[in-house]
Ligand binder design. Sequence first.
Ligand code: SF4
Length: 313
Amino acid sequence: MPDIEYHSGEITRPCPKNIQLRQEGKFNPEMQTAMYRGAFASYLMEYLHGANEWDDDAVAAAGVLAIQKITDDIEKEGRELSDTVENSREDIHSEVLWCIIEYARRLGPMFKQCKFIGCELPCRVTVSVTPTGKRRPKKINFASHTDLLFRDPLNVFGQGKNRLCLWDFKFTKDSPTWDYLTRQPQLLLYFVCGLEGSFLLDDMWIEFNEAPALAWCHLPHLKPFKRRTTCTDDDGVTTEYVKGNARPLKNVVRWCNYRIDRLDDIKFELCQRPLMYEAGFYPMIPDAIGCHLCESREWCPRFDLSHLEGDSP
Ligand code: SF4
């Protein structure tokens, strides 16, 4: 088996130059807010789903364990927190806990009827691809972690009886559009892992060989509407919501049903970025916000403008 393994981050991060610089170890290892928030939410989910208890006391107990775990991890790995995280840890914990209490309240009773398989499970798959213009196929290895894997024997989530379900928890500010979800590389990779790859469960690599129902779980949408909004509810009825109303569940759990008959096309597309990297191409894709937040920006080539008064350095 070839040695190089492409992690999902390497096919989802928008800028290939950032991938190259990270591969060369050229990035600021400080933990930024998004990473801290994501890690805290993941630990919370792991404890909650593992216990399958969803009342407020269970969330509070999971919160204490998650804070302890993230603190231990940071110490053990010698990670630095950015000043922003250092100064706002309490706020981050409160924001995430607020959403998770809602998650437990709305989804806990449904999860009680499901069969938990695991949180933070490593997964991997090897894909064979024939690069454009070549005759011989190449093997490309992919790896990732799945946030939540479970089975739904009673079809409480409506994706089919006994369906294998795989959720990815997101705390991004912007919710994904349908046009994005239908092509989202990380979810596409999970789809291929479910069909042809394996998942590490109790130290054993297990193959499911089935198409998982995938969902982008948009945790910030567990917060209520901030203003009067008209949209369809979970039954498809046009409804006017006012400030403070909970959003429909379909806005939180965004299901993506990729088509099994597109599997070869999905695998081909997933391989395009690794093939580009292996050919030595790592183009810059500068972005107004992306570059400002980029952890590799100190090492990335720059072609300076002179500073104007009021510019940030
Ligand atoms: S600074 Fe911008 S162009 Fe450079 S690696 Fe980061 S995102 Fe890419």
